[in-house]
Design a protein around this ligand. Sequence first.
Ligand code: DOR
Ligand code: ZN
Length: 346
Amino acid sequence: MTQSLTITRPDDWHLHLRDGAMLQTVLPETARHFARAIIMPNLVPPVVNSADAAAYRTRIMAALPADLTFEPLMTLYLTEDTDPEDVAAAHASGLITSVKLYPAGATTNSSSGVRDFDKVRPVLEKMAEIGCPLCVHGEVTDRDIDIFDREAVFIDRVLDPIRRSIPGLRVVMEHITTKNGADYVLANDKDLGATITVQHLIFDRNDMLVGGMRPHYYCLPILKRREHREALRAAAFSGDKRFFLGTDSAPHPTHAKEAECCAAGCFTAPNALSILAQTFEEGGALDKLEGFTSLHGPAFYGLPVNTDTITLTKGDAEVAFPETLPAGDHTVTVFDPGFPLYWRVA
Ligand code: DOR
Ligand code: ZN
């Protein structure tokens, strides 16, 4: 029996495309299904000003296969030297959609991030004034805070004080992983949204750790306890407009994932929509999928909803995805949820 579901074409509100050979490999995987994506700026070196963003955008468009359309929504990497006027000009011209805050040392390529939040206050105030959203990697980096507590502590110690002292600053809590994150969004009805990844909707930390460590499930913020996964599912399945899809698809070469010190990130772009359709169906929330993937994000960012559609079909046969894709001299391993998938994008 075949079931089918047609929805407005999705967008990905948090995506890593990288550069060079990896960009060539992974861009089509997103552009095939998604119309737009918020492009993370954590390259080496990072995308810190409007000239960097314009050049990166050009490289992305040059890597796009001729038969696909895709709009990269560029971001700037916030540093303690970011110029508020450069942000304002880049936002006014439409070159950038948002600015990304990485606490220094929180994750992959975040060493140029923010150590002293007072130093970026002028930029944040300018962003509040012009309506430019801030995308936040919400984890503290103190060594004395347990990795499983870093999101909750960030909300209390950093995010809430910033939001209280800069009213009108629009914030997206990227890739929330805890009930604390979902509850914080639910308690604040203005100027706050959150993205949720595929892996955090389907897994808890046991999936990564029990029976052996699975490096392809390691990402940051790290998978949490079951109760947190349940809270994220409830948020996504509720149809609340403040929650939307940001896959955080974050490709690394296979050798960097399968290493003694494994790189953080799950490359979910190829099968994100298959997994989501199945997950929403299991949760009795298939009617909420379109809002999560295609409507809530544009509403938060004040952008038009896509005018075309995609059709998802569910058949009896398991859908196969490649295990790896070639990326220059290396490969990149496609996220494998470890359970069979039956939904495909037609
Ligand atoms: O798992 C992650 N990978 N989390 C991040 O915040 C960054 C990302 C990456 O760039 O690989
Ligand atoms: Zn990310």
